[in-house]
Write a protein that binds this ligand. Structure first.
Ligand SMILES: [Zn+2]
Length: 304
């Protein structure tokens, strides 16, 4: 063997050793194998809690994006083509989705997390026959997500089944604790004072679970893309005065112009919440559990 070939072999061997040593090794010594895409940052976080080190997960929508208003680029379609699995909220949240999945030819990789969840619908909201897509405002619906996610990951990657089961079990406990914490927070205000006004119809599932009697919105729709009429706005201002509403909850991705106008007309406060997206990594609401705690604190402060 020539010296040159000897060193060539040595370099090649060390490269192979180096690259395998650098991969994370979850249970069974398997390298992170699944490339998983989630539409929103909220879904990406929940999928990450179940998948742990065995998957690589990223969100299609950048932090701070309104999922109703998102329009994908050719690069986004390429990510859809490359992914092994795509978790979507479904129920009409991602209005861009069906045409994108069609152009990417990836329908069989899509896991629709609204499966198994009973949707709340409203006769007035004709554009969204499916119902309210914001199911995650009740952590009990996220428990159903966790079940669907666990099944999908196990089917796609059976070698890490027990890891996914363990992670799911741990996260279920965190969700159950979150639910109990919200019940305790909400109990501090009398039921007749539990009123929510938000930028669009966002809190149906939260309101049903935690006993909020009145839920109104500036945009009287499950989609932030709808536009309120002058009559809608006048009716909302009447509602605010009649029910002595103290604050409007405005999502970070909402256009604040209408909320500011109503605030000027009625003297009501504006309180910031997170709606369709988590905060940036390292921020105050960069995972689902902190996102819910942040919003619950905002809701409770809006009642005072
Ligand atoms: Zn929304």
């Amino acid at each position: 063997m020539s010296m040159l070939r000897f060193f060539g072999c040595l370099i090649l061997t060390s490269l192979v050793l180096y690259s395998s040593a650098c991969r994370s090794t979850p249970q069974g010594g398997e390298a992170a194998s699944l490339d998983v895409l989630a539409t929103t940052t909220i879904i990406a976080d929940v999928v990450r809690q179940v998948g742990g080190e065995a998957i690589h997960v990223s969100a299609l929508l950048p932090v701070g994006t309104d999922p109703h208003a998102f329009s994908p680029t050719p690069q986004d379609i390429a990510r859809v083509v490359q992914a092994d699995l795509i978790f979507t909220n479904g129920a009409g949240l991602e209005e861009f989705l069906s045409s994108m999945i069609e152009s990417a030819g990836s329908a069989e990789k899509v896991v629709d997390l609204s499966n198994g969840i009973k949707l709340i619908s409203s006769a007035e909201d004709e554009g969204h026959q499916a119902g309210d897509p914001h199911v995650w405002t009740d952590p009990n619906n996220v428990l159903i997500w966790v079940q669907t996610i666990t099944t999908a990951l196990k089917n796609a990657d059976p070698s890490n089944s027990s890891l996914y089961e363990q992670n799911a079990q741990h996260y279920r406990e965190e969700l159950t604790n979150l639910d109990a914490w919200i019940v305790a927070q909400v109990a501090q205000s009398p039921p007749e004072e539990r009123v929510i006004v938000s930028d669009h119809r966002f809190f149906s599932y939260f309101a049903r679970r935690y006993g909020f009697q009145q839920v109104e919105a500036i945009i009287p729709s499950f989609s932030s893309l709808a536009e309120p009429s002058a009559r809608d706005l006048a009716a909302l201002e009447d509602f605010i005065r009649q029910h002595q509403v103290r604050a409007i909850l405005v999502g970070t991705s909402a256009n604040p112009a209408l909320a500011q106008r109503i605030s000027q007309d009625t003297g009501i406060r504006l309180v910031t919440i997170y709606t369709g997206s988590l905060s940036a990594a390292g921020g105050e609401a960069d995972n689902y559990l902190d996102y819910m705690r942040f919003n619950v604190r905002a809701i409770m402060s809006s009642l005072k």
